[in-house]
Design a protein around this ligand. Structure first.
Ligand SMILES: [Zn+2]
Length: 226
């Protein structure tokens, strides 16, 4: 089914069309930016975690093309769609200088159960798409996810916040104070990547884990903002 059909409307794509039909590509609700340090994505993270910059590519709304896209991530065959969207988001943000000074792309890890069900981590494939544009390495090893949080959409805001703390940990050898073990995140500017930011709790929790590896900076990027 993919590539060949527009993932939003199902229209047949011409041979060289980049993933979407022209009408849907034009209508994707891109977010405009005056600043990467002061914007609605930053507002969601402010006070939860220290960070350098943050941005999302698209605005997520119910019944929208972006919701249709995110629902397709549930199917295991959608790796290439996730990667394609990562490439498009990467192109857009790269033209605005968002990746200047970033050293490493770090997709938010998926918990083992969810990974097994879905067969892939959508954030990892989004990061691979961003990597294709930027040439930056993707780190899927340094951070791991501890416990399932799949029921969190039914919980209240503050419970969700609580639920996320301690979910992410550094994997060895990064989680050590020993000086002679190489820590790949240390003194690097790490860009944490996820598919969507809603409350910001997941990204903030992942960011807090990354800060323990003593990076120079932590920044955030998602495909969409709800
Ligand atoms: Zn279309």
């Amino acid at each position: 089914m993919y590539p060949g059909l527009c993932p939003v409307c199902g229209a047949l794509l011409a041979e060289n069309e980049p993933g979407f039909c022209p009408k849907c590509a034009y209508q994707l609700p891109r977010i405009r930016y005056d600043s990467f340090t002061d914007n609605p994505v930053c507002d969601k993270l402010a006070g939860k975690v220290r960070f350098n910059r943050a941005a999302a590519w698209l605005m997520y709304e119910k019944e929208s093309a972006v919701q249709m896209l995110s629902e397709q991530f549930k199917y295991s065959g959608s790796r290439l769609l996730a990667k394609r969207l990562g490439t498009m988001a990467g192109d857009f943000l790269s033209s605005l200088g968002f990746f200047d000074g970033i050293d490493i792309l770090l997709p938010v890890p998926l918990h083992g159960d969810r990974m097994e069900k879905r067969g892939y981590n959508q954030s990892e494939w989004i990061a691979r798409g961003v990597s294709e544009v930027t040439g930056l390495p993707v780190d899927t090893m340094s951070v791991c996810r501890q416990s399932a949080t799949s029921t969190q959409t039914h919980k209240h805001y503050w419970e969700r916040q609580e639920n996320m703390s301690g979910v992410f940990t550094l994997t060895d050898p990064a989680d050590t104070d020993s000086e002679d073990i190489i820590n790949p995140l240390s003194n690097r500017h790490i860009l944490i990547i996820d598919d969507i930011i809603t409350t910001g709790a997941t990204l903030a929790s992942c960011g807090s884990a990354v800060w323990r590896a003593k990076p120079s900076f932590v920044s955030f990027m998602t495909l969409a903002m709800a």
